[in-house]
Write a protein that binds this ligand. Structure first.
Ligand code: CA
Length: 351
């Protein structure tokens, strides 16, 4: 009887319904300006990787902040479904959802390798999911910058008096800690940083490290470049709208998840490479840059303020306490290993 049915109808009957839709496109909103190095490149790499891994079935269209005009509106753009995905940093959303603060990096907290251990094996991913779930969002680590530099300052910081009244671009928990020492922290979008420093809207700023700072030109206005205390493991973020995620077939979800993790890893390595390259360039071509570390009394005061603020956050909100305790416990365990492995090695090999 099959002989009487045309072959193309037979074939159509055998194919699964999903065949009717063969490709998916996701849109992504970046916090970063157009063609931004490293972070922007990572997103283009992500798009390229998912397209290749899925044989063209999954593509990502990326809009930079220049296009959507809302560098700090990415949370809302993805939450509302205007975009399927976002590329940003979790701590930018602390004004909306205070507990998003803990998933970028914490002052005096874990270094990148420790923090990745916490995310993937120490309960960090589950806690992040708990924070984002009520907003219909999924959050994934989006690439680490490694230890960040403490920032560019127009004047040398010699004592706590130099912190008093200092207007500084410094987001996240670190900004709140610095405020306890009398500074005036603000957050400013990446594209506006140079102008803000040049026009004295701010006296100092932190951005990332030599990897991204040198090309921003901050050294032309603020020659003091301080080592870091505030962002030992700056983790970017991939945000995904849950409805968009649920629409994807299982294999494409897995491809996207794997590609995001690979891209995040590559950003970490890339930033490390670019920082090493640009530090050498700074030392050779820009000898006017003065690398400093904050005085002992400033670091001690920052640590004290940090501990007090953490205790306040923990006592005010049970979920904040759960996250802070989890990070604290994981850091204690992983740091014990870091000290007798990497630190001991570095100490003995540079003696
Ligand atoms: Ca930073």
């Amino acid at each position: 009887m099959f002989r009487s049915i045309p072959l193309f109808i037979l074939l159509a009957l055998c194919l699964p319904p999903a065949f009717a839709k063969t490709s998916w496109q996701l849109t992504m909103a970046e916090t970063w300006p157009k063609n931004y190095p490293i972070f922007g490149e990572a997103n283009r790499q992500l798009a390229d990787t998912v397209a290749k891994m899925s044989d063209g079935r999954l593509t990502i269209r990326i809009d930079s902040a220049n296009k959507h005009k809302a560098p700090f509106g990415v949370f809302d753009l993805v939450r509302s479904g205007q975009y399927d995905m976002g590329s940003s940093s979790s701590y930018f959303w602390k004004g909306k959802v205070p507990n998003t603060l803990y998933f970028t990096t914490m002052p005096f907290g874990m270094i990148a390798v420790e923090q990745y251990g916490w995310f993937y094996h120490g309960g960090g991913m589950q806690l992040m999911a708990k924070v984002y779930e009520p907003y219909g969002l999924l959050s994934f680590p989006g690439g680490n910058t490694g230890n960040q530099m403490g920032g560019w300052f127009k004047k040398e910081i010699r004592s706590l008096d130099d912190i008093e009244g200092l207007k500084m671009r410094i987001p996240g928990f670190a900004g709140e800690v610095l405020a306890r020492l009398g500074a005036k922290p603000v957050n400013i979008a990446p594209a506006e940083l140079y102008t803000a420093l040049e026009r004295n809207t701010i006296d100092a700023l932190e951005w990332v490290g030599p990897s991204l700072d040198l090309r921003m030109g901050f050294h032309k206005i603020a020659p003091y470049y301080y080592t870091g205390w505030h962002e030992p493991a700056g983790e970017m973020q991939f945000l995904v709208n849950r409805r968009s995620w649920n629409r994807l077939p299982n294999d494409l979800r897995e491809i996207l998840k794997t590609a995001m993790r690979m891209t995040a890893y590559d950003t970490w390595i890339r930033t490390t490479h670019e920082s090493a390259t640009n530090l050498a360039k700074m030392r050779q071509e820009f000898p006017a840059i003065k690398i400093r570390s904050f005085p002992h009394e400033v670091i001690e005061a920052l640590k004290k303020a940090n501990d007090a603020l953490l205790a306040e956050k923990a006592s005010a909100d049970p979920l904040a306490k759960e996250i802070i305790d989890s990070q604290h416990r994981y850091m204690e365990k992983s740091r014990a290993w870091t000290l007798i492995s990497d630190k001991a090695y570095l100490d003995s090999s540079t003696e």
